[in-house]
Write a protein that binds this ligand. Structure first.
Ligand SMILES: [Zn+2]
Length: 605
C-alpha cells in the first residue's frame, strides 16, 4: 500500500489511491516493491590501492569480511574530479550540467566573491527526496552539499552542521539532541582522544603559525587540512548510531577523513613517485595517518555490519580513487608543496546483502550509482538519468521479483529545503580555509557576501573552463556506453549554446578517455612529452578503444599494461591512439572538428 502512494505521487496524481488500481496502473502495481533496507556508506577518496594491502596485512577486518562475501570493484569516476560535484551526481543520477553543483564554490566564475556550494544550487531531486516521496523512511547524515537541509520523511543532518548548526538539521525537534552530540564531540575530552588517535605527538594547532618551532611542518600538514575532519566525521559517526538503532529504510552517511589525509600526507604514506624523498623524521610522525583514517572508517563499517540484519543491503562507495600528486597529478595552486596526494579515476565499490550478487563487478560508474540504489530501494527511476541500473551488482532473483520501474521524469516530485536561510559567514570562512589549504580553491578567492544575480550560477553563465569540465564526464560516459544518440543530442545543444567551445570540449573528452584508461591500468600519464606511436601502440590502442566503447574496462586495462610492459611510455602512446579514435566518434556525433583542430594546434607549435 505504501508503494502505491509513492507511485501515485510520481505519476502526478493528487487524489488518494483507490483500493483497486485502474488497469493502466497494472504494470506498476504488479511489480512488488522491495521492502528491504539500504545503508549507504560514503567514504570520500577511498581507494583499493590502500585497502587491499591493509586487508592483506590483516587490518580492516570489516572491509575484508564484506569484500569476501559481497560484490566489489572499482567505481569509475569522471571529470570534474571535484567531490561536491561527484557526490551530487551519485545522489541524483544526473551530470553536473543538470544538477548544477559545478564546483566547490560559487558563483562559478573566477575572481568573484565566492561562497561554498550549497543545496540551494541543486536543481534535481536526490535519492532521499524520492525515497521520502515513496513513503520510505530516511536518515541522511553528513552528505556533501546538503546544507541547508531538505525536508525529508525522517531526518537529515547536513555536512556543515558542526560549523553551522542553525540550518544543518531537519526536523527542528532534533536540534537539541544533535547539539548535545556535537557538544560531546567538540568537548575537550573527546577532542584530545581523537587527536591522540590520529596524531602521534602532543599536537598543538598554534604551532602552525610558529615557523621556528621544530614541529612546525608536521603541524602544518595536519592543521586545517585534516584536523577539522576528526571532529566532523566523529559527529557523523555518533549521529549515525541513532539511525542504526532506528533502522530507517534508507540510511546514508558520509565521511571525509580519508580524502583529506590522503591529500595532505600521501608522500609520507608512499614516497615511491616522489623524486625528493620526505624527511625521515616527518615520515615517523605522519606515515600512520592515512592507515589510521582507513582503520577509522573500517570501525564505522563494523558498526553498520553489527546493526544490519538479513533485510539490510549495504553499499560502500567513494567518489574517486587516490594516488600521488606528482607529474600530471601535481596540484598547480600548491606552490609551497604542502599537498602530496591527488585523485584517480578508480573509486571504491563494495556491497553485500540479501539482494546483492557477490563477486567482482567491473565497469560500474558514478553515474550508475543513483539508478542502482533506486532499484534496490524500489524507487521509480527517471528516464532522464544519465546512468543505468548496474545489473551485475544485483541478484537475478531480485531483478526478477522487483524489476526496476521507470518514469519519464521527476517533474511531479515535491521536495523542499527546510529553510531559505543561507550559511553563516563563520561557517563559510571555515570551510573556505580548508579548501584553500587542500589546494581545491586558489588562495586569491575571497569569501564575501553573496550576490543575488543569476550570473555565474549555472552552466551557461559559468567560466568556460568550469563549463567544459562539467560536460566532459557526462560525454565520456556516453562514449563508454557507446550511446551515440545521447552524444548527438548533447552536440545539438552545444552547437546552439557554445559553438565556439565545441572543439575544446571534444578534445578534453578525448584526453579524459585516455586518462581514465591509464588510471585504471595503474599507470600515470607522463607530462606532455611527445610520444612515439609505434605500430604496436596503434594495434593495442585500437583494441583498447573498441573495448572502451563497449564498456569492457578489463580489456582496456590489459592493452595498456601490455603496452607498458615493454615501453615506459607505451601506455601514453595507447592513450593517445584511443584519444584519436574517440575524437572521430565525437566529431561525427557532436558535430565538432576536433581532430582537425588538434592537428592545426600541433602544427602551430
Ligand atoms: Zn572526493
Amino acid at each position: 500500500m505504501l508503494a502505491l502512494v509513492g507511485i501515485c505521487l510520481f505519476s502526478g496524481c493528487t487524489e488518494e489511491p483507490k483500493p483497486t488500481p485502474p488497469p493502466a496502473r497494472d504494470a506498476f502495481a504488479s511489480s512488488s516493491w522491495s521492502q528491504h533496507r539500504l545503508v549507504v556508506l560514503g567514504i570520500d577518496g577511498a581507494t583499493w590501492a590502500v585497502i587491499d594491502p591493509m586487508i592483506a596485512r590483516g587490518e580492516l577486518p570489516h572491509f575484508a569480511a564484506l569484500k569476501q562475501r559481497g560484490a566489489h570493484g572499482e567505481l569509475v569516476s569522471f571529470l570534474p574530479s571535484k567531490s561536491p560535484v561527484v557526490w551530487t551526481t551519485m545522489a541524483t543520477g544526473r551530470g553536473a550540467r543538470d544538477h548544477n553543483v559545478l564546483d566547490f564554490t560559487y558563483p562559478f566564475r573566477q575572481g568573484q566573491p565566492s561562497g561554498l556550494v550549497e543545496s540551494h544550487l541543486r536543481r534535481v531531486p536526490a535519492l532521499w527526496n524520492l525515497a521520502s516521496e515513496c513513503d520510505r523512511s530516511v536518515a541522511i547524515v553528513g552528505y556533501y552539499v546538503t546544507h541547508p537541509v531538505d525536508v525529508v520523511n525522517g531526518w537529515m543532518l547536513s555536512d556543515r552542521f558542526n560549523s553551522d548548526p542553525q540550518v544543518g538539521i531537519y526536523p527542528e525537534e532534533l536540534r537539541d539532541e544533535m547539539a548535545a552530540v556535537r557538544a560531546q564531540v567538540t568537548g575537550p575530552a573527546t577532542r584530545a582522544e581523537l587527536v591522540k588517535r590520529f596524531v602521534p605527538w602532543d599536537y598543538d594547532p598554534l604551532v602552525a603559525s610558529q615557523p621556528e618551532h621544530p614541529l612546525y611542518r608536521p603541524t602544518q600538514y595536519i592543521h586545517r587540512r585534516v584536523d577539522i575532519q576528526f571532529f566532523d566525521d566523529e559527529l557523523v559517526r555518533r549521529a549515525s548510531r541513532k539511525a542504526l538503532a532506528e533502522k530507517p529504510d534508507l540510511l546514508v552517511s558520509y565521511y571525509r577523513i580519508v580524502d583529506n589525509s590522503s591529500h595532505a600526507v600521501w608522500q609520507f604514506y608512499d614516497a615511491t613517485d616522489f623524486a625528493e624523498k620526505p624527511d625521515p623524521e616527518h615520515v615517523k610522525l605522519l606515515s600512520g595517518l592515512i592507515p589510521e583514517a582507513y582503520r577509522y572508517v573500517d570501525e564505522v563499517l563494523g558498526e553498520i555490519l553489527s546493526a544490519a540484519d538479513e533485510t539490510t543491503n549495504i553499499v560502500v562507495i567513494s567518489d574517486h580513487g587516490f594516488g600521488s600528486a606528482t607529474g600530471p597529478y601535481r596540484i598547480v595552486s600548491d606552490e609551497a608543496g604542502w599537498i602530496s596526494g591527488n585523485h584517480r579515476s578508480g573509486g571504491l565499490l563494495l556491497a553485500a546483502g540479501p539482494d546483492i550478487a557477490p563477486g567482482r563487478v567491473d565497469g560500474m560508474t558514478i553515474f550508475d550509482v543513483a539508478p542502482t540504489l533506486m532499484a534496490l530501494l524500489g524507487v521509480p527511476i527517471s528516464e532522464q538519468l544519465v546512468g543505468r541500473v548496474e545489473k551485475a551488482l544485483l541478484r537475478p532473483e531480485f531483478l526478477a521479483q522487483h524489476a526496476p520501474v521507470f518514469v519519464p521524469d521527476y517533474q511531479s516530485i515535491r521536495w523542499a529545503r527546510a529553510t531559505q536561510a543561507g550559511t553563516s559567514t563563520e561557517a563559510t570562512e571555515r570551510g573556505m580555509e580548508t579548501l584553500i589549504a587542500l589546494g581545491y580553491v586558489s588562495g586569491q578567492a575571497q569569501s564575501g557576501p553573496q550576490t543575488n544575480a543569476l550570473e555565474g550560477k549555472d552552466l551557461w553563465t559559468a567560466e568556460p573552463v568550469i563549463r567544459t569540465e562539467a560536460l566532459v564526464g557526462e560525454l565520456t560516459y556516453y562514449l563508454l556506453r557507446g550511446d551515440e544518440d545521447r552524444l548527438r543530442k548533447a552536440g545539438a545543444l552545444l552547437r546552439e549554446k557554445v559553438p565556439a567551445e565545441l572543439d575544446t570540449i571534444a578534445i578534453r573528452v578525448s584526453h579524459h578517455v585516455g586518462q581514465i584508461a591509464v588510471d585504471l591500468a595503474g599507470g600515470a600519464l607522463k607530462p606532455t612529452v611527445p610520444v612515439e606511436i609505434t605500430q604496436r601502440a596503434q594495434m593495442l590502442g585500437i583494441a583498447a578503444w573498441q573495448a572502451f566503447a563497449k564498456g569492457d574496462l578489463e580489456v582496456v586495462r590489459r592493452q595498456l599494461r601490455e603496452a607498458r610492459s615493454t615501453d615506459e611510455h607505451g601506455d601514453d602512446a595507447v592513450a593517445t591512439v584511443m584519444g584519436f579514435h574517440a575524437r572521430v566518434v565525437l566529431d561525427r556525433t557532436l558535430g565538432s572538428r576536433s581532430n582537425l583542430a588538434l592537428q592545426q594546434r600541433n602544427q602551430g607549435r
